[in-house]
Design a protein around this ligand. Structure first.
Ligand code: PXP
Length: 238
């Protein structure tokens, strides 16, 4: 059964809409843990559109489960990660103009830049995961980079327009998952997963961790954070 990493970025998005102090992602993280979250995931973006440096510092003190920091493979962000020392860092691509992370990190094209960042994080004892598209070349290159894990981007599966397309994208994820496991990489998945589409992904052989944010925060607005996490945890474990 995969572990559930709850991404709390969009609690901070609501706060930043007014640049005030509420809702506090630190509170959301505590409620997520009470709801059964196995990990807390957050993305410190270069433009600080949601999570702030203060959130990262406070969460490092308060999170009692695994803390997973998503970051761009850039020097400034790497230094912040090295200062804070989260349990796990997931390297993601980042463009200022995108609404959310649009595709996987291209570790083939950006090999040298990614390697520099990976080596520093590994040397500091941080578990490193790479957020990549479900593609064999990306997986083989991730292995070469010496990371512990990859997180397969599930966006194409989530965005599928009909059942046939969705089944096809699921097959791609299954095959990529097998390739990752054959390379002895830990297998994570995430992006765009919802209460309606999560079960087939949670049931893929060998998936160790799912990272889910937007859908949980959206439901939490209606039912409360702890309950929203409980409901997602039940689906992930079904
Ligand atoms: N995994 C990664 C690497 C991400 O960048 C994100 C989005 O921040 C997620 C998972 C969660 O995606 P969603 O908010 O669509 O559930």
């Amino acid at each position: 059964m995969p572990k559930l990493g709850v991404n709390i970025d969009h609690v901070a998005t609501v706060r930043q809409a007014r640049r005030t102090i509420e809702p506090d992602p630190v509170w959301a993280a505590a409620l997520a843990e009470l709801g059964g979250a196995d990990g807390i995931t957050l993305h410190l973006r270069e433009d600080r559109r949601h999570i702030q440096d203060r959130d990262l510092r406070v969460l490092k003190e308060t999170v009692q489960v695994k803390m997973n920091l998503e970051l761009a493979a850039e020097a400034e962000m790497t230094q912040i990660a090295l200062d804070v020392l989260p349990d796990q860092c997931t390297l993601v691509p980042e463009k200022r103009e995108e609404v959310t992370t649009e595709g996987g990190l291209d570790v083939v094209t950006h090999y040298d830049r990614v390697k520099k960042c990976v080596d520093q994080l590994l040397a500091a004892g941080i578990e490193v995961s790479l957020f990549i598209d479900p593609d064999e070349q990306q997986i083989a290159t991730s292995k070469k980079l010496g990371v512990h894990a990859i997180e397969l981007h599930t966006g194409r599966y989530a965005d599928a327009l009909n059942e046939k397309q969705q089944a096809c994208e699921l097959k791609t994820l299954v095959a990529a998952g097998e390739a990752a496991l054959n390379e002895k990489l830990l297998l994570h998945m995430g992006h765009g997963l919802t209460y309606r589409n999560v079960i087939p992904v949670a049931n893929i052989d060998g998936v160790g961790e799912l990272n889910i944010g937007h859908s949980i925060v959206a439901r939490a607005v209606m039912v409360g954070f702890q309950q929203a996490v409980q409901e997602m945890k039940a689906l992930v474990n079904s």
